[in-house]
Design a protein around this ligand. Structure first.
Ligand SMILES: [Zn+2]
Length: 852
């Protein structure tokens, strides 16, 4: 009996300890994947009734009330709501009509299961709204709750796959307007305030819930689909006149296209929008109430085509989200890239034909490839689809792979399926998962059905794996004609991955270019179309900027690139040349001169811009000091020569930027000085106040004999008070005394001196400029040691920026040694930070071999 009893007790203890264990895991800070998974099973039919009383004073708290109703299906665990605020913000909690004391732990409100029942439950919470994501200004406020910020405002289930309906009441000063996801039902005056009651919204994820309230002007128009309402603060008559019609019409045009493409009617009760002057992003796709940065939508009459295209694409992007993101939502934020890629993909389809004078192919290539490669070629790269254990780390997913490799992947995917089958697949996807959630694998399953090809297998490499292929060829000739043409691929990272993909190859002859499409689906493919062709002057891979990887380069024909007439082919040829250079296929001086020659012939702005960037990279990152000094003299002739020619002002701006960043010869310094003193003018080149400040910085770093006088005078030339503050703050980083820079650098290791992160970045770049690395190197290790702290105290993008403007600027053997030592000393280093470190020091690693 005793024995039995012991066993019994043991079992009981063990079960309860497991339960305890489980709960401890669930209430960790942030929203863990485990919590999200469990809650998705636990609750359904969620509705939030929310009331916010907005006072006149920005400083006063916002008394709020939540009535949450939900069906509870499982009571193994307590009910855990997310509320990332002080416990003291909670005033009272009533569960199923009974007031209870609630437990607040690790950003969660835990409601004991003893107060709950299976079936429908009601929770009433009185609280002060959290203000972290409320963006309160004197005259207006707006919510921005993506990705996990809804829980900083009110208690909720803050995960994308618990969609809910919201009924909102907002009491605001009587001269304020209020916009949210549903129509206004009643408006009741209450003294100096008005109580706005709204209808129930459509179903949406918490990150898409929003409201805007404040002093706004208002415009209601019906551009075709339905009435749309715009709240705005712009007061420039000219901008309003130019933009108002456009804003409504572009929304309308987007809706029409998307309804046709998705075969799904506009999915929500309305689509209004607000433009907000200091908005953080270009736009945010809140259901029923999109928010935009005001300056992105209101343009003046002289706005360039490219700004107008930018506006059109932004509106088309946010409108596309109504279907891709809002109607069908990712299950978890590891698939956040999907909605972004779809929105851009659709925006291109909708708006590119409206701007036929823009070379969209070139713009796509120059915007995405260099950026995607800059991470994917490194040892710190990641797959498009990554693991996300806790929503609080969602910020670490964002990077160049998501923004730049994913769009390249998506074009390939559409090509593989064919446009029609892809469109049908998207229609199925929207219809199947409307008002619900789907992950990438569920889309792949649908697409797999539409194609004889193995899309699952394709996606396994393109989406779930990082890296890119190295492509090579083997060509044989017989009697002057191609008799065999094989194209091979192998993964750069040494894995077995193969990237099935299509792209074009151009065979350049004296009088024509023959262009063929080729599909690589294996390790080695026969390129049959080429058989029988005569020997070309040049073979240009990825002629259409569609494929992905490092393609073969024939070193003897590089000088002909500049004569390629097709802008995309020429632009991509230069990209490919640079990637080959980084893979040790050419010497740095040789490639430097290729690019220098190319930029002298180039007329296209986008390509000139790219070439300018590469010239600077090679100059500072891959040439020895001796080489730099030697070629700086010819730079004075070549690049400055261009500036004196009659070329377009935009090209001139780019070339001026290039010149001043490498003009280290005595002649160069003197010229920069003459320009800075305004004694020397360059025809057709506008030099702004910022440019003058930049020149002063460069003259200081280049050790111009009058450097300190230049900096002092520059202070008197800056009219904008914010920029003046920044310049003053940064002065010690420019000092010609190493000891002063050392003190300043040590100061940056203290949190209180890193408040303005963009300033810090600028200062670091000065201190660790290649010309100052003899003195800067002693701080190299400290910049690494502080990285974990930087992550905790800074913005999500700051760790990478910190690294790239400090350790990322070095190329010496000594620096590489310190880096290796650091990695060896820290074998279990934070994996996210390690990736950033490997990304930003990739050139340092390559420089060791290239410089040899
Ligand atoms: Zn977006």
């Amino acid at each position: 009996m005793k024995h039995l009893f012991t066993v019994f007790l043991f079992v009981v203890l063990c079960t309860s300890c497991q339960e305890k264990q489980m709960e401890v895991n669930l209430v960790e800070k942030g929203i863990s994947y485990e919590l999200a998974k469990y809650r998705k099973l636990q609750v359904a039919d969620v509705k939030y009734q929310l009331a916010f009383d907005i006072p006149k004073s920005k400083a006063a708290a916002i008394p709020s009330k939540l009535t949450l109703s939900a069906t509870i299906k499982d009571l193994t665990n307590n009910l855990i709501l997310d509320f990332n605020e002080q416990k003291s913000n909670i005033k009272s909690v009533v569960v199923n009509t009974k007031e209870i004391t609630v437990h607040h732990e690790n950003e969660h409100l835990v409601i004991s299961k003893k107060h709950l029942k299976k079936g429908n439950n009601n929770v009433e919470i009185s609280f002060d709204a959290g203000e972290m994501s409320l963006n309160r200004n004197e005259e207006f406020l707006y919510t921005l709750l993506v990705p996990d910020r809804a829980s900083t405002l009110f208690p909720c289930f803050d995960q994308p796959d618990i969609k809910a309906k919201y009924t909102l009441t907002i009491t605001a000063p009587k001269d304020w307007k209020v916009l949210c996801g549903a129509f206004e039902k009643t408006r009741i005056a209450k003294g100096d305030f008005i109580e706005h009651k709204f209808n129930e919204t459509d179903k949406m994820s918490t990150y898409l819930f929003s409201f805007v309230a404040g002093k706004f002007s208002e415009e209601v128009r019906n551009p075709g689909a339905f009435d749309m309402r715009l709240l705005y603060r712009e007061n420039n008559e000219e901008k309003i006149e130019e933009s108002m019609g456009q804003i409504f019409n572009i929304h309308q045009k987007s809706i029409e296209y998307l309804e046709e493409y998705t075969a799904y009617k506009f999915p929500f009760q309305k689509m209004d929008f607000a433009t907000i002057p200091p908005f953080q992003y270009g736009g945010m796709e809140h259901v029923g109430a999109i928010q935009y940065r005001e300056s992105s939508l209101f343009l003046d009459k002289n706005a360039t085509q490219s700004r107008k295209l930018g506006r059109a694409k932004l509106i088309a992007h946010e409108t596309s989200h109504m279907w891709f993101g809002d109607l069908v939502t990712m299950k978890w934020f590891n698939d956040v890239w999907m909605k972004e890629v779809f929105a851009n993909f659709m925006a291109d389809k909708i708006m590119n034909p409206v701007f036929p004078e823009v070379n969209h192919g070139l713009q796509f290539a120059m915007a995405h490839y260099p950026s995607a490669y800059s991470e994917d070629r490194t040892l710190g790269t990641n797959a498009i689809r990554q693991h996300l254990g806790n929503l609080k780390n969602a910020g670490s997913l964002y990077g160049r792979i998501i923004y730049n490799k994913a769009p390249i992947m998506m074009r390939q995917l559409e090509y593989i399926l064919g446009e029609e089958a892809f469109k049908k697949g998207m229609q199925d996807y929207v219809k199947t998962y409307a008002n619900g959630n789907a992950d990438w694998n569920e889309l792949v399953a649908i697409l797999d059905d539409k194609s004889p090809k193995d899309i699952q297998k394709w996606s396994e490499v393109w989406v779930n794996k990082s890296g890119r292929p190295l492509i090579s060829d083997a060509i044989e000739y017989e009697n002057g004609k191609i008799s065999s043409f094989k194209i091979k691929q192998e993964a750069e990272d040494g894995s077995d991955n193969l990237w099935t993909q299509s792209f074009k190859i151009g065979f350049v002859y004296e009088t024509e270019v023959k262009v063929f499409n080729v599909t690589l689906s294996d390790k080695e493919s026969d390129f049959a179309d080429a058989i029988g062709l005569g020997k070309p002057i040049n073979i240009i891979y990825n002629y259409n900027g569609f494929g992905y990887g490092v393609f073969p380069v024939d070193k003897n024909t590089v000088q002909f690139y500049s004569s390629l007439k097709d802008d995309v082919a020429r632009g991509y040829a230069y990209i490919n040349l640079y990637e080959n250079f980084l893979n040790y296929n050419s010497g740095s001086l040789e490639v430097y001169y290729h690019f220098l020659e190319a930029i002298q012939k180039e007329k296209n702005e986008l390509i000139t811009n790219y070439l300018s960037g590469r010239i600077q990279n090679i100059f500072w990152g891959f040439l020895s000091e001796e080489q730099r000094n030697k070629i700086s003299v010819s730079n004075d002739i070549d690049i400055f020569g261009l500036l004196e020619k009659d070329i377009s002002p935009n090209l001139k701006r780019t070339l001026f930027g290039l010149y001043r960043s490498i003009a280290i010869s005595d002649i160069g310094k003197e010229r920069l000085y003459q320009i800075w003193t305004k004694k020397k003018k360059i025809k057709n080149l506008y030099i702004s106040e910022d440019d003058f400040a930049g020149l002063a910085v460069q003259l200081a770093i280049y050790k111009h004999p009058k450097a300190s006088g230049i900096l002092t005078e520059q202070l008197t030339r800056i009219s904008n008070p914010d920029r003046l503050k920044r310049f003053k703050w940064m002065l010690p980083s420019l000092s010609n005394k190493a000891s002063e820079r050392d003190v300043f650098m040590n100061g940056l290791l203290k949190k209180e001196n890193r408040e303005k992160e963009s300033w810090v970045q600028g200062a670091l770049s000065n201190i660790h400029h290649p010309l100052r690395q003899k003195e800067g190197i002693k701080h190299f290790k400290a910049c690494l040691d502080i990285l974990e702290e930087i992550q905790v105290t800074g913005d999500i993008f700051f760790p990478k920026r910190w690294l790239s403007s400090s350790v990322g600027r070095y190329s010496s053997k000594e620096a590489f040694g310190v880096l290796k030592g650091f990695l060896k000393e820290n074998p279990n280093y934070n994996p996210i930070l390690k990736m950033k470190l490997l990304q930003t020091t990739d050139n340092l690693r390559r420089a060791q071999k290239i410089k040899k």
